[in-house]
Design a protein around this ligand. Structure first.
Ligand code: 3HC
Length: 312
């Protein structure tokens, strides 16, 4: 008789007791597969996510803004490292994960497929995209898999700084000259829908959510997190005199929710399957960076393989 059902029952009882599953623990193959899929794509998102803002480091309007943006982009690289390491505790290798990204087999967040056309985009990414990431990652800090949950604690702390610096920029531009107000409103109009899509497809179209919720990897659904985001950010943007590019957006008194108009899930599917406006540019940049780092990897491998006591 297969021991699987008993082991899954005990595994699920552990999760129900709020225990963390650790790398050496028994886990269903599907639990492992789902975590490698999710964590590696999260890591890819962090590293690719450096590109849209990184291009503005040399064009920041002041030394202060340059230093803040430099720190933020550096943080994202560190988040990628934490997450690749978390995925490696499940048996994935860095080479496999990077090959999956560079070959286009793996996904990264839809939101990083869009161009950053003005300086206001940097503020709006920090305020909206990083806030969306905080809501999602705060949820993941309660994930049943120990290394992922612990990585989130450090990442969420840094994301809060990312959001605050973005919010500060948006407030200054919203209270600035008419040209600055127009610039930040244009950025909001371009980033609003891709940010709502960041939370994933509607729950009814989310093939992974059921098992992720069952095994405590996700503790909230895509739609639930998206609604939380909208309910918090809409009043704040309205307070700044900024509008949203959604003519159907309205407040539902009875339910206490801001109700958004239809999301273009066709665009979402196009983007996440490699047809986003900047995907070619993003992939070329990652492939070039991987190529440029080849000598470093070779030197480290040679050093690691040197005979015991051999000269470095
Ligand atoms: N971008 C790209 N692909 C997405 C996506 C998005 N925003 N949302 C969903 N997808 C993909 C899923 O990966 C899945 O494809 P796959 O099976 O080939 O992997 C498919 O669409 C179906 O979606 P599901 O809802 O079934 O998938 P999930 O249950 O995994 O939910 C998710 C999607 C909410 C993104 C979830 O994977 C998740 O919470 N991931 C961890 C957080 C993360 O990756 N965040 C990315 C942003 S990182 C970031 O914001 C950096 C910050 O510094 C700004």
């Amino acid at each position: 008789m297969s021991v699987e059902p008993d082991r899954i029952k005990e595994f699920e009882a552990r999760i129900a007791r709020g225990e963390k599953i650790e790398p050496g623990d028994w886990m269903p193959d599907e639990y492992r597969r789902q975590l490698i899929r999710m964590i590696s794509q999260h890591a890819h998102s962090e590293v690719v996510g450096m590109l849209p803002e990184g291009g503005w480091i040399t064009r920041a309007p002041s030394l202060r803004r340059k230093m803040i943006l430099l720190a933020k982009v550096q943080d994202e690289a560190g988040h990628g490292e934490y997450l690749y390491h978390a995925a490696e505790t499940l048996g994935a290798t860095r080479e496999e994960m990077l090959e999956a990204l560079l070959s286009g087999k793996a996904k990264y967040s839809n939101v990083f497929n869009y161009p950053t056309l003005t300086w206001a985009d940097v503020g709006v990414i920090g305020y909206l995209v990083d806030f969306a990431a905080i809501l999602n990652q705060t949820m993941l800090a309660h994930c049943s898999y120990g290394p992922y949950a612990r990585a989130m604690l450090r990442i969420c702390a840094e994301e809060n700084f990312h959001k605050k610096q973005g919010q500060d920029q948006v407030i200054r531009l919203a209270r600035g000259t008419p040209r600055q107000r127009a610039m930040v409103q244009d950025a909001i109009n371009r980033w609003w829908w891709p940010t709502l899509m960041m939370f994933g497809p509607p729950d009814k179209d989310s093939p992974n959510s059921a098992v992720l919720i069952r095994w405590g990897i996700k503790t909230r659904t895509n739609d639930d997190l998206r609604q939380s985001f909208i309910n918090q950010i809409v009043p704040e943007l309205h307070e700044l005199g900024l509008s949203l590019p959604d003519p159907d957006l309205h407040y539902d008194e009875a339910g206490g929710n801001w109700i958004h108009g239809p999301i273009d899930w066709e665009e979402f599917r196009r983007v996440i399957h490699g047809n986003g406006p900047c995907n070619k540019e993003r992939m070329e940049a990652r492939q070039q960076a991987h190529e440029d780092g080849r000598w470093v990897r070779q030197a480290l491998a040679a050093y690691a393989a040197r005979p015991a006591g051999g000269k470095p």
